[in-house]
Design a protein around this ligand. Sequence first.
Ligand code: PGA
Length: 254
Amino acid sequence: MRKPILAGNWKMNKTPAEAVEFVRAIRPLIAKYPQVETVVCVPFVSLPAVADALAGVKVGVGAQNMHWAASGAYTGEVSAAMLKGLADYVIIGHSERRQYFGETDEGVNKKIKAALASGLVPILCVGEDLAQNEAGLTESWVSAQVRAAFADITAEQACGVVIAYEPIWAIGTGKTATSEVANRICGLVVRGTVAEIYGEEVAQQIRIQYGGSANEKNIAELMAMPDIDGALIGGASLKVESFVEMVRATAEQL
Ligand code: PGA
């Protein structure tokens, strides 16, 4: 059985002091649900303090981006080697990175390779925008993103990647894909594409999250779906009560 994984994506929110306050608050509450893998993906500057506050606790720490090169003249960037020891996970190819910072499928593929080589768990984001959705292009677009992201990655490595299906029109908008639609894309399209590339065994192992206005009200319904193994949570991961409630509701389904 695939272990559910809930990851908070804080985006550009909370100072290091606020970050520590937050993780100290969730720490004892989330410890009650070891059956759910829980991660907080925090801004780079908060990683040292958050990693420290969560040392010895089963709450994973993640970054929200990284560069594919090991080091070099890339002003403002952070490499996988620099994240090692501070983070265990890294979000790669979030739609906001693709949209506002020009990230391409090719760059996403390079970043996944670099993350895997450093022992970080990539959380690969894929998803269509509203125009693509309305034009009926969701399946072909998402499938192509998955194929491009996994180019030249072995089956063994692929099992260690978490994929987040995030329809862009649902991110931060309060509009969630219905659990049936989310499940269909996660299952038929994302898992289906992984099966086409690597075979059914890998496809059954790989974990697929849904993201896009997931919150404490809709998480139970989403997690009840057979092909949804977790959630990548933006807004609702910033409040202690809603994040903990989402972990609790997920644990309750097991
Ligand atoms: P949201 O963000 O939960 O605020 O919609 C999700 C994400 O962007 O990962």
